[in-house]
Design a protein around this ligand. Sequence first.
Ligand SMILES: [Fe+2]
Ligand SMILES: [Fe+2]
Length: 164
Amino acid sequence: MTQQETIDSMQWSEDYTLNNSVMDDTHHEFVELLDTVLQSGDSQLLAAWEALVDHTQDHFDREDQWMLATGFTADNCHASQHKIILQIMREGTNRGRAGELHVPRQMARELTVWFPQHAQAMDAALAAHLQEVGFDCATGTLAHPQALPLESIEGCGGSTCSTH
Ligand SMILES: [Fe+2]
Ligand SMILES: [Fe+2]
């Protein structure tokens, strides 16, 4: 990556809005925390990175719970992607703690590419599904249980998903 291509900030774009206020608020926070990592000097980098990892664990756990509550299998492709991303991010923490700050720094740059794709495919499909079945993310209540699919959902339903 040349210097000109280096991404050193991440800003919210209205393209990321999914019209699910709980998801949108969480995603706003994710973008802000990621931006903080990107703008951190070496002395702040690890603390900023760990704050992002903690927030991401909570972010993904909640989406995974909503999926389980509304008919998805535990290992559907969206939940599986969350698991992989978190494993990579934890590896970034370990490498950063070992003094290899360039590793979480590079991962943060890659997350600026990953997040829009994830939000606009997997999270967008989940938001549409939650709306269809009347799931309230704030309270965990389901307004239209009859709208739940009869069989468990293995694919995320995203536009690029190959699992149906
Ligand atoms: Fe998300
Ligand atoms: Fe997600």
